[in-house]
Ligand binder design. Structure first.
Ligand SMILES: NC(=O)c1ccc[n+]([C@@H]2O[C@H](COP(=O)([O-])OP(=O)(O)OC[C@H]3O[C@@H](n4cnc5c(N)ncnc54)[C@H](OP(=O)(O)O)[C@@H]3O)[C@@H](O)[C@H]2O)c1
Length: 256
């Protein structure tokens, strides 16, 4: 469901502007999930694993939105500080251990096959946004993944059950995210879905998405993330909050 397409913050009761027939909503009442993890700061420090196309685009957007942002790159990347000072000024470069320790919210933006190389064991209690996609044209076919019935983010979440994993920021291209931010209430504002089993983690990520210039849509449990994966309906499509929410509901109905 849309968290709101006006000025409301996630968690507030909102009206999505479609006339009296569309009820006000309270996301918490409609999309339950476990909570009880540590409170996430209103302006969390955000750490991004992966200083590639998505990681640096998100860093630029987040710095512009006033967040403190740090990036950790691949061990193969040299002169990363110079690169980041040019492509994402205002973001810091740090190492993987410090990124995990110092960040309230962690974004995993590395190639799918490299996701197990980030230090999941350090993510206890952290909100972790899995922005990765398993995309065989890029990643090649990975037989264990092809044979696994879980969504790819459920597979990643199993790497550390104490991490509060959310799938989001994966289903729009980095250029779309950079080109299309809009203020709350803009009729053409695009939507980005948030799925995850921890309701507070979803809400924290939804606030960030709103600050980036997109309408967050609560997709409920992590297992609902299939619709956001490559080859599935939401992937790569620029949708309004209403369209994305309907699409996620339709996918859930098919899966049920
Ligand atoms: N491109 C898009 O528009 C888009 C949009 C949404 C989501 N995504 C997803 O986001 C992920 C990243 O995509 P991308 O296009 O940004 O890829 P990319 O340009 O190749 O950047 C990924 C970066 O992560 C680095 N990396 C690998 N292992 C790492 C580790 N353990 N710690 C830190 N950095 C590490 C890679 O370095 P090496 O080259 O040395 O491995 C590379 O520099 C993918 O899963 C993709 O499907 C992409």
């Amino acid at each position: 469901m849309p968290w709101g397409s006006g000025n409301a913050r996630p968690g507030e009761r909102v009206h999505d502007g479609d006339g009296p027939g569309w009820p006000s909503r309270c996301w918490r009442a409609r999309q339950p999930g476990r909570s009880g993890g540590a409170h996430v700061a209103e302006r969390p420090t955000i750490g991004i694993f992966g200083a590639g196309k998505v990681g640096t685009a998100l860093a630029r957007l987040l710095v512009d939105a006033g967040y403190e942002v740090a990036l950790a790159g691949s061990p193969r990347q040299t002169a990363l500080e110079l690169l980041v000072s040019v492509v994402a000024p205002g973001a810091r470069v740090t190492d993987a251990d410090r990124l995990a320790a110092d960040s309230d919210v962690i974004v995993v933006a590395v190639p799918f096959g490299k996701a197990p190389t980030v230090p999941w064991e350090s993510f206890d209690g952290k909100v972790v946004v899995d922005a990765t996609n398993y995309w065989p044209p890029v990643d090649g076919h990975i037989p264990e993944i092809d044979a696994d019935e879980r969504t790819t983010s459920e597979i990643h979440a199993a790497l550390n059950p104490a991490a509060r994993v959310v799938k989001s920021l994966n289903h729009l291209g980095y250029h779309d995210m950079e080109d299309d931010p809009m203020p709350p209430g803009s009729p053409l504002r695009r939507a980005i879905a948030v799925v995850g089993d921890d309701a507070d983690a979803r809400e924290a990520v939804a606030r960030i998405i709103d600050d980036l210039g997109f309408d967050p849509v609560d997709g409920g449990a992590l297992g609902n993330g299939r619709a956001l994966e490559p080859g599935h309906p939401a992937f790569g499509r620029e949708l309004s909050a209403r369209e994305l929410a309907r699409l996620l509901e339709a996918e859930r109905a098919v899966a049920a």
